[in-house]
Design a protein around this ligand. Structure first.
Ligand code: NAD
Ligand code: TYD
Length: 336
């Protein structure tokens, strides 16, 4: 009967994971430790209020007392989703990224040792591998070459996890996934930002020439992969997950415009992101072979459902697009 400490469970992927685990494993309990930063939202798990196997603890993973307090609730396993996760914010100010992503991971690893947890899972990203040219795929053997303060902080955390596994014999695995989409994603990332803007007939800012490539995976496929890595992954191993769905940002933008019946005149080409990675693409054969995992959602159906979710949840979006959000966008794009 595992009791899983999910950190960052009020964010996009963490909230989808908590709901998935509680719904599919009647023996599992979840302790969700979340600092409720701008990206953390209690509304993402409002449906679990009063759930007998779910506990929310407000706390910061960089604070040892907060982490120990959460661990004392009978935690047997740790899955670390908590992070500062947006590349553009890391370019504006990398401080919170080093603090949460690196120091927070170190504090969690120390607690995992102290409380002798069975397994530790680090939710990482394909961005630690850097950028690909027109061909090739990231494998688990691809050297780390992070290019943004965000991906550098994630790579540093991955290395700490592996060092704790090697030095202290902690059972630890690292997962590296491509770009997620789905319900509850904060509208600063491309798909929810563009969908919510287009629903209001606002222009969508395409960086540079829009020819950067990302590999899109539905968040539930990622959650199933994390679960498989936790249950079946070998200690010290890295597992890549991807959706086998490479698209240029411009092609994706045009797909969103078509799905919403909007004119291409709503595309606004803006200044490129500094150091913008050109292409990410994942080889997930190892996860398929060793974990028995494969992406199940098609992009067409997943995107249709995601758009429908944002259309149906305008109150959720409205509550997020608050003063802090608007101030960030003014800093990012100016007023236009
Ligand atoms: P998110 O920004 O939506 O959520 C992050 C959550 O962590 C929020 O609930 C926030 O309140 C919490 N948090 C932040 N700092 C904290 C701290 N110091 N202590 C406790 N909680 C804190 O992020 P996401 O998109 O759900 O990403 C989750 C994880 O998955 C991250 O580690 C990210 O690097 C990784 N990842 C994301 C993607 C993607 O496409 N979104 C892809 C691959 C990997
Ligand atoms: P994003 O969702 O921020 O994810 P990541 O940078 O982690 O891949 O961005 C996805 C792609 O979309 C990336 O190439 C940057 C681009 N992008 C835009 O062109 N305009 C935008 O407003 C945003 C947020 C992203």
């Amino acid at each position: 009967m595992p009791t899983v400490l999910v950190t960052g469970g009020c964010g996009f992927i963490g909230s989808n994971f908590v709901r998935h685990l509680l719904a599919t494993d009647p023996g599992a309990s979840v302790v969700n430790l979340d600092a409720l930063t701008y990206a953390g939202n209690l509304a993402n798990l409002a449906d679990l209020t009063g759930h007998p196997r779910y506990t929310f603890v407000k706390g910061d993973i960089t604070n040892r007392d907060d982490v120990r307090g959460a661990m004392r609730r009978g935690v047997t396993d740790v899955i670390n989703f908590a992070a500062e996760s947006h590349v553009d914010r890391s370019i504006q100010d990398s401080g919170p990224f080093v603090r949460t992503n690196v120091i927070g991971t170190q504090v969690l690893l120390d607690a995992a040792r102290e409380f002798k947890v069975a397994k530790y899972v680090q939710v990482s990203t394909d961005e630690v591998y850097g950028s690909l040219g027109a061909t090739g795929l990231f494998t688990e053997e691809t050297p780390l070459h992070p290019n943004s303060p965000y991906s550098a902080s994630k790579a540093a955390a991955d290395l700490l996890v592996m060092a704790y596994q090697h030095t202290f014999g902690l059972h630890a695995v690292v997962t590296r996934c491509s770009n997620n989409y789905g319900p509850y994603q904060f509208p600063e990332k491309l798909i929810p930002l563009f969908v919510t803007r287009l629903l209001n007939d606002e222009k969508v800012p395409v960086y540079g020439d829009g020819q950067q490539v990302r590999d899109w995976i539905h968040v539930l496929d990622h959650c199933r992969g994390i679960e498989a890595a936790w249950r079946k992954g070998a200690s010290g191993e890295v597992y890549n997950f991807g959706g086998k769905c490479e698209l240029t940002n411009l092609a994706l933008t045009k797909t969103l415009l078509a799905a919403l019946g909007k004119s291409e005149s709503l595309i606004e080409y803006v200044k490129d992101r500094p150091g913008h990675d050109r292409r990410y693409a994942i080889d997930c054969a190892k996860a398929e072979r060793e974990l028995g995992w494969a992406p199940q959602e098609t992009f067409a159906a997943g995107l249709r459902d995601t758009i429908a979710w944002y259309q149906a949840n305008t109150a959720w979006v409205g509550a997020i697009k608050n003063k802090e959000y608007l101030a960030y966008y003014e800093k990012q794009y100016g007023t236009h």
